[in-house]
Design a protein around this ligand. Sequence first.
Ligand SMILES: [Mg+2]
Length: 433
Amino acid sequence: MRSTASVLHLDLDAFFAAVEQRDKPSLRGKPVIVGGTGGRGVVSTASYEARRYGVGSAMSGREARARCPHAAFLSGRFHAYRATSRLVMEVLRDLSPLVEPLSLDEAFVDLAAADLPDLEVATVTEVGERLRARVHEVTGGLTATVGIASSKFLAKVASELDKPDGMTVVPPGTELDLLRPMNVHVIPGVGPATAERLRRAGIHTIAELELVTQDELVRLLGQAQGHGLWQLARAQDSRPVVAEREAKSVSVEGTYDSDITDRRLMEGLLTRQAREVGTRLRKSGLSGRTVTIKVRLHDFTTLSRSSTLSSPTDDGGSIGRIARSLLGDLDTTGGVRLLGVGVSGLADWVQEDLFGETADEEEVEVVLPEPPRRTWPPGADVVHDDLGPGWVWGSGAGVVTVRFETAETPPGPVRSFRADDPALHRFEPPSDD
Ligand SMILES: [Mg+2]
């Protein structure tokens, strides 16, 4: 913990959904759900309008549809999210050379390394407000929530307090007053399972956690997490903001002597592996946002598929659900000889790297071929030879319906075409990463 509020955490609000609403004017102010479009998919991000119906990250598409049937369900456009993220990270790097991105929509910034006259509360407050305005400007209207405090932990907690489109500065010396009444789940790394274990021990708030001895916590949660939580309950966190993060992941995989062809068996194996990944994450006090499956086919082709959530998880059940849904996208009819599940994009809320497991990528990864260009996933960008740019509003029974609008136009008209209309094209800018 520093003596100044000089760690800034910026979090873009409902990022994927916000990019969609920016680029699709007819969806502004309406419930938008990215992910969960297929029968077995899961929700990646829900707009605030959809969250009001109880839709959240990692929920199954089926449940999201039951809760908010009138929402626009879109498949993700990662090229647009990456491009927008890059603009935001540039703004942060203009402010300070020490920027630590946690994901596409989240980063820490070290204000002590910025060129500021001082680090008084009034000064950093003004810096935070100017930064939020600048992010709004360069992203074409997206909002960010900012937390500024004396450590990464407190900055992250602070950025959750005034969401969306807000800011909280924690004056040095007031950290414990802020933390004590809060539920233990605000501590990053305390997922549902850890919170449940603490609840059963009668610990709900950080004030209650603070009363537990370090030995007791270690007995309850294991060495790494017990020690880490004991420190965080006292607002003790001296982790530096580091510009380059090592890509970390926790994964479990198995190889099989004979090819597995039974889909239900594959799902069962992935479920078991996901549970183990969840256990390892919790043991290390980690949680992550990107779930990846690895599948080696009978002909030794190795495929991987991943899905990114808007908030980190360490819950084996959620990881398993995502893993099974990712498997649903792959053709495994010839049988598989290896299956694996991993979680990356980790928040290392416990400093020690006690888990010795990293994703081992010695195999040559074969990226799945692009989906055929004549498919029309909801939300995808298209261009019509005469009518210009738009997006897929829906498709089925040989018909595709397009709304013709962009970030720069007012809400546009809807037109339907035959799915094989030669004048209609998918549009995706070439990937540069
Ligand atoms: Mg966010």
